[in-house]
Design a protein around this ligand. Structure first.
Ligand code: FAD
Length: 341
């Protein structure tokens, strides 16, 4: 059954989250989608602990604090979050937009807000010929079923928290476990690195540093062995049932570029009155849009979200005047915000 909604927001970064708020003030409830399992976009994925200094009236806050506060601010409007859902298609039908996702969810939306930032975040993958065919069977970039690895020969690549956390998690259950890292310094937390070195000393994991997976042998989608190139020494070939890699996430504009939008400077062209795309009823806010003078800043996206919300309200309730009201004095807005007059 398709999910029907007045407003569908694609992307739960700071601008998508503030879009919920601006729509909520005008009495429009939103559904919001993100391909990631948590909201926050670049703030959460790329720099959660870094301080931000240019959010109006907040002299300093960490990127994650900004996201936490935006989530709190939208609570009164009860948005529906659909996380871990990548939007793969947007199609204009008679009176609504059909939006489809990688998990085969279907939405019918009166208005759509593309707040996709720099694109959907995808795990960085191996660049080895043919290896994509093994993904999900014996090559993995995220772990959905840890029990799959019990009693198996496992190679984990990467030097960040995800890679080392999985080394710790699988050390007892794997038949053989090898960690392969390009350098000898780790991005993971020092305590995690220390625990993994203890596991190595206890013989539960083999660590290959200054090393990378350079070739593999497979039978269909079943991995057989992986060759590891190690700096200054001979290559090592290891029997392996599963190869796991945690090289971080990279943004990809991906399907958004194919939805029929006018593209300018690798972003979606919008007007500056409504921040509407060339498809009436579809708006684009935040880093994903382009217009003369655009600056990819969070505060720009906040302004864009406010104006796009007014334009969308006029589409959702045609013929009804959309008056500007102040949150300080408007009883209607107080009701929507759930505050006492
Ligand atoms: P994003 O934060 O990129 O979020 C977009 C979301 O959309 C992502 O979660 C993505 O997964 C999702 N998405 C994309 N495509 C799809 C799809 N097809 N289906 C489902 N989901 C999808 N800005 C400032 O104003 N001040 C600063 O101090 C500042 N510091 C920064 C520091 C760093 C290190 C970086 C990298 C950026 C900084 N920025 C700063 C820029 C700021 O983070 C961006 O302007 C802001 O994140 C843009 O927000 P957004 O909501 O448009 O997009």
């Amino acid at each position: 059954m398709p999910i029907k909604t007045d407003a569908l927001i694609v992307g739960a970064g700071p601008c998508g989250l503030f879009q919920i708020f601006e729509l909520g003030l005008l009495g429009v409830k939103a559904d919001i989608l993100d391909s990631l399992p948590t909201p926050g976009g670049q703030c959460t994925e790329l720099y959660p602990d870094k301080p931000i200094y240019d959010i109006p009236a907040i002299p300093i806050c960490s990127a994650q604090e900004l996201i936490d506060n935006l989530l709190k601010q939208v609570e009164p409007f009860h948005p529906t979050f659909h996380l871990g859902e990548e939007v793969t298609g947007v199609k204009q039908l008679d009176g609504y937009f059909k939006v489809t996702t990688s998990n085969n969810k279907e939405f019918h939306a009166k208005t759509v807000f593309i707040a996709g930032g720099v694109g959907s975040f995808q795990p960085r993958r191996f660049r080895l010929e043919g290896i994509d065919a093994l993904e999900g069977a014996s090559v993995h970039y995220r772990v959905k079923e840890p029990e799959l690895f019990a009693g198996k020969k496992i190679i984990i690549c990467g030097g960040g928290d995800s890679a080392l956390d999985w080394v710790m998690a699988l050390a007892d259950s794997a038949a053989e476990l090898t960690l392969v890292h390009r350098r000898d310094e780790y991005r993971a937390a020092p305590a995690t690195v220390a625990t993994v070195k203890e596991l190595e000393a206890a013989g539960k994991v083999r660590i290959l540093e200054h090393a990378k997976a350079s070739a593999y042998v497979a039978d269909g989608t079943a991995l057989k062995s992986v060759t590891i190139s190690v700096k200054d020494v001979d290559d090592v070939t290891l029997d392996a049932d599963h190869l796991l890699a945690f090289f971080g996430l990279a943004p990809k504009l991906g399907p958004i570029a194919e939805w029929g939008f006018e593209i300018a400077k690798k972003a979606i062209a919008v007007d500056t009155e409504k921040f509407e795309t060339n498809i009436p009823g579809i708006f684009a806010v935040g880093d994903i849009n382009s217009y003369p003078g655009k600056k990819k800043l969070i505060l720009s996206g906040f302004h864009e979200a406010a104006l796009a919300a007014f334009a969308a309200k006029a589409i959702i309730e045609p013929g009804k005047k959309v008056a500007l009201q102040y949150t300080t004095t408007s009883p209607v807005m107080h009701k929507r915000l759930g505050v006492e007059d």
